[in-house]
Ligand binder design. Structure first.
Ligand code: NI
Length: 173
């Protein structure tokens, strides 16, 4: 079990555009397992590779509740093919922006194509919390954070707060 350090706002790494995974091999699967360990430890329901400093287009999601069995999903090179016309409002958070939550409006459904851990092409019609979560995580692959979807005033406030916190954080190694 490997828990990787999380990249936090305002680290510019979070603004990078991640590159496609070229081949799904054992190294990619092992890294995906590290991502899951890191996400469960945090705890969170979704994590993109860039949040542990790897600019690769892969993300993990597990929406199972605490008393339910784990239901890990791995999405490699995910792509949104289409989005529904309806929108939904959900209070989002992010492991890279701890303890900050804000309502974000997103399409209520999305058709997503991706590659699974066996290297097979898959598709998912995501609805409900899965739709919100997968769109939030795919944003990360493009250097977009959920605070980019809220008012400028609130965004400036949270960036200022985390910039101050980062200065107080001890630098290790
Ligand atoms: Ni996030």
């Amino acid at each position: 079990m490997t828990i990787k350090p999380l990249v936090l706002l305002p680290d510019p790494i979070l603004r990078q555009t991640s590159k496609p995974v070229e081949r799904v091999d054992d190294a990619v699967r092992a890294f995906a397992d590290d991502m899951l360990d890191t996400m469960y430890d945090a705890p969170g329901i979704g994590l993109a590779a860039i949040q542990v400093g790897e600019p690769l287009r892969m993300l993990v999601i597990d929406l199972a509740k605490e008393d339910e069995e784990k239901a890990p999903h791995l999405f490699i090179n995910p792509e949104i093919m289409s989005q529904g016309d309806e929108v939904s409002l959900y209070e989002e958070g992010c492991l890279s922006i701890p303890d900050f939550y804000a309502e974000v409006e997103r399409p209520a459904s999305a058709l997503v194509h991706y590659i699974d851990r066996d290297g097979k092409q898959q598709e998912m019609e995501a609805t409900g919390l899965m739709a919100t979560c997968i769109q939030h995580e795919i944003d990360h692959l493009n250097g977009v954070l959920f605070i980019d979807h809220i008012s400028r005033l609130k965004r400036d406030m949270v960036v200022r707060k985390f910039t101050k916190l980062a200065k107080q954080r001890p630098v290790i190694a």
